[in-house]
Design a protein around this ligand. Structure first.
Ligand SMILES: Cc1cc2nc3c(=O)[nH]c(=O)nc-3n(C[C@H](O)[C@H](O)[C@H](O)COP(=O)(O)O)c2cc1C
Length: 329
């Protein structure tokens, strides 16, 4: 193996020793797990999210009679919130003491108000960056187009006023124009963007006549939607760092993502399905591939296949679509 090959990657102002990051999930909810991930080769981890709902739900459960005792309700609300946050801050501190790779804290939210002040505490606890996953399913008939995109930008702007550490935004894939949003996020100071989060999808149990949910792990087919928008986004908004997330299962997927412009590759479902030793295999295969192609650094090939090499990718997409479907018998 060529010893001159460097996998060093810059992402969201962090210097990583390779492009592989473990996504926010149950894989990153304790310092012990994070230590193993570092040993397996992860260059950074995104901790399990602190959810707004988690806080709100535990309050409701503990105080069913909240309406009758508003003062007690307020007291317990504050207590539960502080407790949840406290545990999260302990997790950040424990990870920082256990490993030397960057620790990215994660907040999963749906408003721009209640949780934003927690961000300062997260920074003070030693997190190297904050990732924000805004997860909203808009079902209201009164929804005004563009509200979700505005919320992303407002949350980012508020956070940038509060913390000095890098702020990473994790996007949902259900957006009308991811590129326009990437541009707005970049203009408003996003240090990086993750494409994409994946939400649970509903299913129907026809025996029990009940609504259910699909298992939370991705399929490899999820990869191509992320690949498309990384490729287009990296060409259109080149100054913004991007991490691919969703359906990365094979080392070749990681190589493809880097070729179309990803700065980092986020891994989650593959580690659940195939074990955390997959990180080492990804690193090995990436290094072999770089060696075979004469690339000695990630920057020497990152983005060489992004949309900046195609004059108008919307025409390209339509042409490919027409060619494929009109020839298909
Ligand atoms: C079991 C599980 C738990 C997850 N928990 C979180 C979470 O707390 N916060 C978050 O932002 N994303 C969470 N995710 C989403 C992942 O971080 C990731 O974005 C998504 O699974 C797509 O990547 P993948 O295809 O590699 O799994 C979770 C995913 C799984 C499978």
């Amino acid at each position: 193996m060529n010893a001159n090959i460097s996998l060093t990657t810059d992402y969201a102002g962090l210097r990583l020793h390779n492009p592989f990051i473990v996504s926010s999930s149950g894989l990153t909810d304790s310092a012990d797990k994070v230590r193993v991930l570092e040993q397996e080769g992860a260059a950074a981890v995104v901790l399990k999210s602190l959810f707004e709902e988690q806080i709100e739900l535990s309050v409701e459960k503990e105080l069913k009679s909240g309406q009758e005792y508003p003062e007690a309700y307020d007291y317990i609300r504050t207590y539960v919130r502080e407790n949840q946050v406290d545990q999260y801050l302990k997790l950040i501190r424990a990870c920082k003491m256990s490993v030397s790779i960057p620790i990215i804290a994660s907040i999963n939210c749906y408003t721009k108000s209640s949780w934003i002040s927690f961000a300062k505490e997260i920074e003070n606890a030693g997190a190297d960056a904050i990732e924000v996953n805004i997860m909203i399913v808009n079902t209201s008939k009164e929804y005004k187009y563009g509200e979700t995109e505005r919320l992303y930008v407002e949350v980012l702007s508020e956070l940038k006023k509060i913390v000095k550490i890098p702020v990473i935004i994790k996007l949902s894939h259900q957006l009308t124009s991811p590129v326009a949003l990437l541009s707005q996020l970049s203009l408003n100071g996003a240090d990086a963007v993750v494409l994409f989060n994946r939400s649970y999808t509903p299913d129907v149990d026809i025996k029990a006549l009940k609504l259910t949910h699909n298992a939370g792990l991705s399929a490899q087919t999820n990869f191509y939607e992320s690949l498309r928008w990384i490729g287009i986004g990296s060409g259109r908004v080149p100054q913004l760092n991007l991490s691919i997330s969703g359906g990365v299962f094979k080392p070749e997927d990681a190589i493809k993502a880097l070729l179309v412009g990803a700065n980092t590759v986020s891994l989650c479902s593959v580690l659940y399905k195939e074990g955390t030793e997959t990180i080492g295999k990804m690193i090995e295969r990436l290094t072999e591939w770089m060696d075979a192609h004469g690339f000695d650094s990630i920057e020497s090939f990152r983005g060489i296949l992004n949309s900046s090499h195609i004059p108008d990718e919307s025409i390209y997409e339509r042409t490919q679509f027409m060619r494929y479907y009109s020839n298909r018998k």
